[in-house]
Design a protein. Structure first.
Length: 425
């Protein structure tokens, strides 16, 4: 269990850091202020600031985020009227730090009860100093001043010129796309590393390596060495496609083109219906053969071919969800990933690396779906802005994002509960 937990944290951590670094890097390049780069969620464990960004490690090792100035989910309204703060004023007369936390004390800080502030345009803060309500004092705030939030996290304020919306449209689109892009790059590198670790690329072929006892395939006369070349008259070139067609056809007749000794004949089978993870799938009891290519060029190319094969499989599954109906059993959340990580950890480092590559592609594709609150939803809003020639109203975009986030959270709860029932009951 300890090994599984450590493996899960490492795999999840790599996925999150690589994904969020994509957003972080291109935001910085576009002149967008990244206020916080967080790994993990929940209460803060560790934090430090460097080059205007606060880096935090949070207690729950699930997820992470890049907090960009001006983005809808960036809490920038910390200082409501009546908020007690202390100000650190420099020799230039400007406020360089605003402390809104009871967990931290500023040396020589000036106590202030906030009455109003503008930390985006004109950069000032005003209020009652030292509890004296007879006079409202105003202080100008430095462009790069920091604010210490209620949980003790120190981040830089977000003037309008460094906010997300101030960047050019193409820069914002690239920033939104960069997270999934990094996941695809990680998968390509990981698959290439895996090929070298394995000493070559092992491919599942359409040749039959064996059949299980009393199976549909054996009863139909399919033997070791046969090659399945077609299903229902459609030419087949990979075992994955054949397996998916068989799985989608429980108790339905299929005509298989079986090649033996240079001759092809048609064999009719009726896949047996088996329940797997709550779904009925067809099985005929065939074990596929494999072949290994150890050439250097093949190992290098496997970064791309391996990634492409997984991508095709994911889209095949998404297509089946559309054509055969949506089921929670087709999805997996953190619990399912944990269970899969447990199996991979028992199988060795190569299986863990393979899992990392597969999860990275999954994360990249899912994030590109045009759903509000996901990167794909943000890109869709960028495209709409490009067509309209102007962005949506901030309020409209916030509502769309909030609805999308709420639906995602609901789906996550349902998927997690379904995973718990599947794997633990």
């Amino acid at each position: 269990m300890i090994v599984t937990i450590i493996t899960f944290i490492i795999v999840f951590g790599i996925l999150v850091i690589v994904h969020e670094f994509g957003h972080f890097y291109f935001a910085k390049r576009a002149g967008i202020l990244v206020r916080e780069f967080s790994v993990g969620m929940g209460p803060k464990a560790v934090a430090f600031r460097r080059n205007a960004t606060t880096y935090t490690l949070r207690m729950l090792p699930i997820g992470g985020y890049v907090r960009m100035a001006g983005v809808a989910d960036d809490e920038d309204d910390e200082l409501k009227p009546g908020t007690p703060v202390s100000l650190q004023v420099g020799q230039d007369g400007l406020v360089h730090s605003i402390n809104a936390s009871k967990k931290t004390t500023l040396f020589n800080g000036i106590p202030l009860s906030v009455t109003a502030n503008d930390l985006e345009q004109e950069l000032w803060i005003e209020g009652y100093e030292n509890g004296d309500e007879s006079e409202v004092k105003r202080y100008q705030v430095d462009h790069d001043a920091t604010i210490i939030e209620s949980d003790g996290t120190e981040v830089q304020i977000a003037p309008v010129d460094v906010q997300f919306q101030s960047a050019k449209l193409w820069q914002r689109m690239l920033t939104n796309f960069a997270g999934p892009m990094n996941n695809f790059i990680l998968a390509i590198i990981t698959f290439a590393i895996l090929a070298f670790m394995q000493g070559g690329v092992t491919t599942v072929t359409t040749k039959v390596a064996g059949t299980t006892a009393n199976s549909v395939a054996r009863q139909a006369g399919i033997k070791t060495g046969d090659q399945i070349v077609a299903v229902n008259g459609k030419k087949m070139t990979n075992a994955q496609s054949i397996s998916l067609l068989i799985q989608d056809s429980p108790n339905q007749k299929l005509k298989l083109g079986v090649k033996r000794a240079g001759q092809t004949r048609t064999v009719t089978v009726k896949p047996a219906a088996k329940t797997v993870s709550g779904n009925k799938v067809g099985q005929i009891g065939v074990k596929w053969g494999t072949s290994t290519d150890s050439r250097l060029s093949t190992k290098l190319a496997y970064g791309f071919t391996g990634s492409w094969n997984i991508t095709k499989q994911i889209f095949q599954v998404l297509g089946r969800m559309v054509t055969h109906g949506f089921s929670l059993n087709d999805l997996g959340g953190p619990v399912a990933i944990f269970a899969t990580t447990s199996q991979a950890a028992k199988s060795g480092i190569r299986q863990v690396i393979y899992l990392l590559a597969v999860l990275s592609i999954n994360l990249g594709i899912v994030n590109l779906l045009p759903i509000p609150a996901l990167d794909g939803g943000k890109l869709l809003l960028n495209i709409i802005e490009g067509i309209r020639g102007k962005p949506l109203r901030v309020e409209t975009e916030s509502v769309i994002t909030l609805i999308g986030f709420g639906l995602l959270m609901l789906l996550m709860v349902l998927v997690t509960w379904n995973d718990i029932q599947r794997y633990f009951f």
